[in-house]
Write a protein that binds this ligand. Sequence first.
Ligand code: HEM
Length: 325
Amino acid sequence: MAPSSTEASAGAGAKPSQPSSSQLDAVRASIRDLIRQPDYDDGSAGPVLVRLAWHSAGTFDAASGTGGSNGAGMRYEAEGGDPANAGLQHARAFLEPIKSAYPWITYADLWTLAGTVAIEAMGGPQIPWQGGRTDFGTTEADQAKIPPRGRLPDGAQGAAHLRAIFGRMGFNDQEIVALSGAHNLGRCHIDRSGFEGKWVNNPTRFSNQYFRLLLANEKEWKRKTLGNGVEQFVYEEEVEDASDEPEEGLMMLPTDMCLISDPVFRTWVETYAADKDRFFVDFSAVFAKLLELGIRRDAQGNVVNEANVQSGYRSAPKKKRSTPG
Ligand code: HEM
């Protein structure tokens, strides 16, 4: 199949079988090669690739079987234009040369695979991954499968919201906390989410630092209202010598902070802060589960549900604010 010039039409209707392991190794190597991006953010495309994989999958609704990483609906305005997905066009653009070089891989497979490769390349755990996802085409029937906007979490909210959003996907409290540990990576951009700053000092190294900082700076996290009216938590170290360049402060979202104010979430934050190996094992399992949401496979691992729809779509829950996560 020849690569198409637009990402929206390429791959439409493709029915991939499981790619061979040597084919996948070549794609993985190409993804690893593009992670270093000296002119982008903290010099790395890794964090935004992880976020692309997560947002492609995080639309899943277990009750209706709709959403999830199958389809790669974010290529279309209906999903790509969700304010929650602002900035992910950078991740998709980073991957476009790889799609052109390996046109047999679907976008849905490429985006999810790239998330796992990026995590590993940034020092995180190996994450089991299986291919075979299909891409939605432009037919009316395919377009109707694009999940409605508003299914991704809103960083301005709290524990009840996280349980509602992740419960809808089929995750429990432990899994919510483990997944949130991805905020070891990357940063918030004021022009994307309305929030600003990074969670940890080295945002391109996967670790359990996020959990340790949540607890270590517990008393130091201060509410701050940004110029755009958005409220987040910040920790700014005092500068000893006034002539020193002030370090960039660290931040937490209200949803991050609820992981230490909610007593059940908190036990998992404490577990992961104390035991990095346990965090890596649990993160690997939950991220693999995320990428498989809504995908049904036969005994050979081939995806059997192209449509990924059981009973049509339910309307999206209304959000309270306009700064989604
Ligand atoms: C718990 C609910 C979550 C909320 C409310 C949330 C919210 C956010 C927000 C507001 C940003 C900043 C976006 C920007 O301005 O560019 C962000 C970035 C990020 N999120 Fe989350 N997120 C959540 C869960 C997750 C999960 C489950 C993952 C992956 C497993 C994840 C991975 C990331 C990464 C890697 C970034 C950095 C992206 C970059 O540097 O461009 N987040 N998140």
